[in-house]
Design a protein around this ligand. Structure first.
Ligand code: PXG
Length: 458
């Protein structure tokens, strides 16, 4: 049972001392402090005001096995007792780290046989940045420095993460991106290709990559990076064939492919990795979140044998973090993967709850505020529009409706994100049919409640 916290006092201290992630500090002050999440079980979180909320976001796209897994607690305690920490800098390593690397290599398969560890998704993408440039230098092609990414991609919050990402609001803070990152259009059919043939639209988006490669010179391009399905960008599922086109273009010019699997990994799309669901073969795979179901911070980069062979010619690769391969995080990640396997959660997403979510979402299609619902595995999205059958938004600009519907959902007991005017969901992989129905019912009710509010701003 949760401890008996003094919630009012915690809120006061929160305002006074704590700076939350990606937040408006003044706003937090104005609303009297953040919502304090005290405990959780299964698919539900509880806050200090006594609300039980269905967690449609699996924490932050990460609690794949759900909350309250006693065996993850036990395995962490056991490992802490035996060896709470040791590093991988001194020609040393710990048993769980080796076992986890081997386990991940088995899941990624094929040429992705080597694993580098970090503590977060952002760090994993910093590793990508340094490793790829170092690789091309060693290979005798030092001009290959440019990364091509997409607008509205999310690759993290560090300097390299924000730069690789395509979030203009993040670029604006801190004079980013750093030089050497080129952004091209995203394969967001509903937002940018509406009314056109989706497959043709996907081809155009892939062609934009080739155009940029030719514009900057193929000899200068190091890698293309993309989330198989964009998560923080609004669950942007690319049209069929997009990734195959991208893959062919990258191969044509000898450009490395980086699949950022931080959200798509570990069963989210109905295979272990999003690139397996979408059918392409990357050279580097940063992953995090579902790797430990968020129980402890850990991320990894699966790297192709070809890249590692080149790195071996360069002496020390002077890159790594204190917490690279942290034994407690690795032990928890290993057990987390074991749970996913034992409970067949990947197949469950592919054959059962994924299709069930798609059907349930379709019940929203007749709502006058809904322009489209879409999903892949247990990643879902609802587009809110001003006029049915269009992609027109409420009010003068994008982003008016999303927060209204999101806030209504949370008040009605469902945690979702509102990304501009898209409501997105990413529930734990253990979610039941009944809980999916509850999620959709709450969204329906919240859309009804939002309707008069939105009419007022139209
Ligand atoms: N890549 C992807 C694809 C991500 O989704 C990161 C990298 C960075 O991971 P870390 O562990 O450094 O946060 C992420 C993280 C949102 C939101 O607004 C999404 C993420 C993080 C914070 C907010 O939905 N994804």
């Amino acid at each position: 049972m949760p401890r008996n916290y003094d919630i009012a006092e915690l809120k006061r201290l929160d305002i006074k001392h704590h700076l939350p992630a990606q937040q408006d500090y003044k706003l937090i002050e104005d609303i009297g402090g953040s919502r304090i999440i005290t405990h959780a079980e299964g698919c539900y979180i509880h806050d200090g005001d006594g609300n039980r909320i269905l967690d449609g976001m699996a924490g932050l796209w990460c609690v794949n096995v759900g909350y309250g897994r006693e065996e993850l607690v036990e395995v962490a305690a056991e490992q802490m007792r035996e060896l709470p920490f040791y590093n991988t800098f001194f020609k040393t390593v710990t048993p769980p780290t080796v076992m986890l690397a081997s386990k991940i290599a088995g899941l990624t398969g094929g040429k992705l046989q080597h694993v580098f560890f970090n503590a977060s998704g952002s760090e994993a993408n910093d590793t990508v940045f340094r490793m790829v440039r170092h690789y091309w230098n060693l290979k005798g092609q030092p001009k290959r420095k440019i990364f091509i990414s997409r607008w509205n991609a999310y690759h993290g919050s560090t300097v390299a993460g924000v730069s690789l990402g395509g979030m203009k609001g993040m670029h604006a803070q801190g004079d980013l991106p750093i030089p050497g990152v080129e952004h091209v259009r995203q394969p967001y059919w509903f937002g940018e290709g509406f009314g056109t043939d989706p497959v043709e639209f996907g081809k155009k988006c892939a062609a934009a990559i080739e155009e940029r490669i030719l514009a900057v010179g193929p000899e200068n391009v190091a890698a293309f990076i993309g989330e198989p399905v964009q998560g923080a960008g609004g669950v942007v599922i690319p049209p069929p064939g997009y990734w195959q086109e991208v893959e062919a273009i990258c191969r044509k010019y000898g450009i490395l492919i980086v699949a950022d699997e931080v959200i798509c990994g570990f069963g989210r799309t109905g295979e272990w990795f999003g690139h397996q669901t979408l059918g392409f073969t990357p050279d580097l795979v940063p992953m995090a979140k579902g790797l430990s179901s968020g129980y402890l911070p850990i991320s990894a980069n699966a790297v192709s044998s070809e890249i590692v062979e080149v790195l071996k010619t360069g002496g020390d690769f002077v890159h790594g973090f204190t917490y690279s391969g942290h034994p407690v995080c690795a032990a928890v990640a290993l057990r987390n993967i074991e749970i996913i396997e034992r409970e067949s959660l990947v197949g469950r997403v592919r054959d059962d709850v994924g299709p069930y979510l798609a059907k349930a979402l379709a019940r929203l299609n007749d709502h006058p505020l809904v322009g489209e619902t879409r999903s892949i595995g247990l990643l879902g999205a609802v587009e809110i529009v001003a006029k049915p059958g269009t992609n027109e938004r409420w009010g003068s600009a994008e982003g008016n409706a999303g927060p209204v519907v999101r806030d209504a959902c949370i008040a009605n007991g469902l945690m979702v994100r509102g990304i501009r005017d898209t409501i997105v969901m990413c529930p734990p992989l253990i979610i039941s049919h009944q809980q999916i129905d509850d999620m959709i019912d709450i969204i329906h009710r919240s859309l009804d409640e939002a309707y008069p509010v939105l009419k007022a701003i139209a």
